[in-house]
Design a binder for this molecule. Structure first.
Ligand SMILES: [Zn+2]
Ligand SMILES: [Zn+2]
Ligand SMILES: [Zn+2]
Length: 139
């Protein structure tokens, strides 16, 4: 799907700056932060306020999803449904997608245990650890 299609599908007006922001975001192919986005040359002609506003709009429209990777800033990535989670290096922030998810079986156990919930419809799951690079550098 192109950036323009994605905007139209979500009933958002196609504007030049939205296209530019969305295209840049689609090129990342991994979670990014707004400061990272602002440092990309392509979008440097766009007012940062416009960028912040559109990132939040894209998040509400579920084009992007927010990830809390505990780095002190919010990461975003394209919301393509539930496809993967991440493992993040505590030391350097290196990040790898992981495709294992036990949410279904955990949810069933949790619901059996819970006295107040009848369903679980969303989860967020990130793992943190030490990457091979940082491990080698420490030796
Ligand atoms: Zn690392
Ligand atoms: Zn990801
Ligand atoms: Zn999952």
């Amino acid at each position: 799907m192109t950036a323009a299609d994605l905007l139209k599908k979500n009933n958002l007006k196609v504007t030049k700056s939205r296209l530019l922001i969305l295209k840049t975001v689609m090129d990342f192919r991994k979670p990014f932060t707004v400061p990272e986005l602002l440092s990309i040359e392509n979008v440097q002609g766009v007012d940062p306020v416009t960028i912040y506003r559109n990132i939040s709009l894209f998040t509400t429209s579920k084009i992007l999803k927010e990830l809390s990777l505990r780095t002190g800033v919010i990461h975003y990535e394209l919301d393509t449904g539930h496809t993967h989670h991440h493992i993040v290096c505590n030391t350097c922030g290196y990040l790898e997608p992981i495709f294992t998810c036990e949410a279904q079986s955990i949810s069933e156990k949790v619901l059996r245990e819970s006295k107040h919930f009848i369903s679980i419809n969303k989860h967020s799951f990130e793992l943190f650890g030490l990457c091979m690079n940082c491990y080698e550098n420490k030796k």
